[in-house]
Write a protein that binds this ligand. Sequence first.
Ligand code: ADP
Length: 530
Amino acid sequence: MHTKHHLLFLHRLAHLAALGVMLVGVVVLVGWFNHLPVLYRVEHDLPLMTPGAAVSFVFTGAALFLLQPEKTSLLRRIMGRLLAIGGVVLGLLMLLSSWHSIPDALLGHGLTPLTWLNLSDAKDSPQTGIAFILTCTGLFFLSLERQSLINVAQWAAFFSVMLLVAVFFGYAHQEDMFKVFTGEAGMALPTATAFALVGLGIILAKVEKGFFRIMASNASGGLVVRRVMFLMALFPPLLGWLPILLEHGTLTHTQVESLLASGMVMVIVLIVIRLAYQLDQEESLREQAQHEAVQHQTDLEQMVRLNTMGEMASGIAHELNQPLAAVANYASACQRILQSDGATARLQEPLQAIQQQALRASEIIRHLRALVRKQPPHKVMACLEQVIHEALHLSKTGTSKLNVPLLLELDADVPDISLDIIQIQQVILNIVQNARDAMQDTPSNCRQILVRSFVNQEGFVQVDISDTGSGMDEELKQRVFDAFVTTKGAHGMGIGLSLCRSIIEAHGGRLWVESEPGQGATFSFTLPVT
Ligand code: ADP
């Protein structure tokens, strides 16, 4: 999982790398035009960057810039590809011009970038030409948006950056490592730097699509890789440049190198310690979040049980009240008859007891009803979208084995509203569970639950939960919110929807259903905006 934030940061770095490459190319060209060797050679006895290579870097940097992911308009892609192809062509020309066995006549005068620019007769090593061809092919691959090709480009860039590390180390140690990989002409410091920037840019431009995607992750792994990678990436160029730039001071190459290495070790130690703290903190935050989630689920389950019991008791009370009242009435009627008939007075006593017991039972039930009457909702201002997300998350951890895709269309304009979070989640959970149950016989590729939330025309917040299940006929639709109405036999209690309706009504909203047999069902509820 990568976060947009980290990804954006890495893409920005790729942008900067592209600009950096172009800048190096332009600076070197300025050096050639104005006869400032320091700009293309750094020091008199070091390898130089030819104007041809500088032009190629301007091409390469521009291609990398245009092929950045955020602005992938067709025009940009085409221009980026053309520039990448241009870079390949320049690389080829460089390769041919360095190939002495090819007669000049074959190439024609003015064909190679060097003679064309007519700034010097310095030649690039064939290796530099090959590096340009490979780099620009990598850039071209990057623009094709194919996962496998992007991976190839990233790996190629990674290995070429590793080779450049050897070149930088060569500069640091005053060894001709810059010639080992790049031939007799050697690789100039600006050239190695520009190639390193292109490599970094290629890896980062589409970092989320290849092996290096862990860098964009917000998990601990991503954090470690990002920190350490950047430090490591900075070390070789610094090692190459600093000894040369500081040489005129009092420090020798080796002294600068030792200072840099000790600075580096210090920074690495500090980074590792900070990382350890950060990871530790993340770990405890994660544990806390986990603990809270478990606690929330336990609360919800307990509340569901309590509310269900309450609703059940209330239903029983409602159902039993009438027959008990009838018993009482009949008993008193018997009494009256017996009185008028002058029947045996011995019946008086038990009949009176019947009446008293029935009345008592009725009284007890009335008490019970009062006792378990649902608590008024404990309302707080809450974000409905979050409430829905949490409820749906909990619904996945429920008992249902059915794997049903959940689709969400949650309107971002829905304002925060005052509600009892647990009760509303119970309503959503219940409706979603019923929807799952109703899709047992639906073919698995047709199963789907859609949850929508929006502000309706009356100004109420409305939540629709639709399924593609069995639906219900007119008769069931009329009774579905009554207590003890279930079609699930021993598996159902028929309490859920009646409880949902009382919760929604206690919130000042409405709950209803629209459905046709075989066409699925949509349960909708509204909540007032406070
Ligand atoms: P229970 O789930 O215990 O049966 P409920 O009150 O939650 O109790 O549901 C009552 C009845 O409503 C269910 O038995 C079922 O027949 C019907 N029902 C609920 N939701 C749906 C749905 N999405 N599609 C079809 N029938 C449904």
